[in-house]
Design a protein around this ligand. Structure first.
Ligand SMILES: C[S@@+](CC[C@H](N)C(=O)[O-])C[C@H]1O[C@@H](n2cnc3c(N)ncnc32)[C@H](O)[C@@H]1O
Length: 222
């Protein structure tokens, strides 16, 4: 069923933010039309998307809706399998945004999309561990950063780092971290592939950190 248009979604918060940051959010109708252009990719659960200058996550939210619809259709039961694929879907979405309040809203909206789907399917059986995993993934994947300098927009000027998540089977996920600058090296901006899994000859970025395999329900543990 198509998602209803949100009549309250404002495209502009203030004139000042438009002037200083070019902040005009994309309307849902346009978001949907653009996602339709890459419809099959939006339905591949593991297909990775980066929304640079993601604002409040207009595109990421729509893509997550589409991916979770696929998860529900293909893997409605058992619950643990739905959870694993839903976490994989969340783990595939990346955003960079310069305004911290937008980062927070983007993460919150994505969590709400996940949680509404989760709760509607499993109600009281939902696990806090799974919710924490999703929150942790969103903390790492939706980054406060400057998409032009590829660094944090504070005095520290740290490189933007993304976590690559791979589902290795049996509920075990692998995390490797890369700097965005390294991922973008040797990449044409047109047809850019972030962590491509399409099997083409590709430049191999070097991780700045690698983590042991971890069960996906433990990712959010402190
Ligand atoms: C035109 S809005 C688009 C937001 C969202 N992608 C959408 O389609 O609704 C541009 C966004 O980019 C952010 N932005 C501006 N300069 C940026 C930069 N150098 N790095 C990251 N984000 C930036 C703004 O704060 C704003 O949220």
């Amino acid at each position: 069923m198509p998602k209803p248009e949100n009549p309250q979604s404002a495209q502009i918060i203030s004139r000042r933010r438009v002037a200083e940051h070019g902040e005009v959010f994309t309307a849902e109708r346009e978001v949907r039309a653009m996602c339709d252009l890459v419809g099959q990719e939006c339905e591949r659960i593991a297909s990775r998307f980066l929304e640079p200058a993601c604002g409040q996550g207009a595109f990421l939210v729509e893509i997550l809706h589409r991916k979770l619809a696929v998860v529900a259709a293909r893997y409605p039961r058992p619950q643990i399998v739905w959870e694993q694929y839903a976490c994989l879907a969340v783990s595939s979405l990346y955003g960079v945004e310069i305004l911290p309040d937008n980062v927070a809203v983007c993460r919150r909206r994505l969590f709400e999309v996940f949680d509404a789907a989760y709760t509607s399917l499993f109600g009281d059986g939902c696990k806090e561990a799974c919710r924490r995993t999703v929150q942790r993934m969103l903390e790492l994947n939706i980054v406060w950063g400057d998409a032009l300098t590829l660094k944090t927009p504070d005095n520290a000027q740290k490189p933007i780092v993304f976590a690559e998540w791979s589902d290795t089977g049996n509920g075990l996920f692998k995390r490797r971290d890369f700097t965005l600058a390294n991922l973008l090296e040797n990449q044409p901006m047109e047809g850019l592939n972030l962590f491509s899994d399409l099997g083409e000859q590709a430049f191999l970025p070097t991780p700045v950190a690698e983590y042991p395999l971890i069960h996906f329900l433990k990712i959010g543990e402190p």
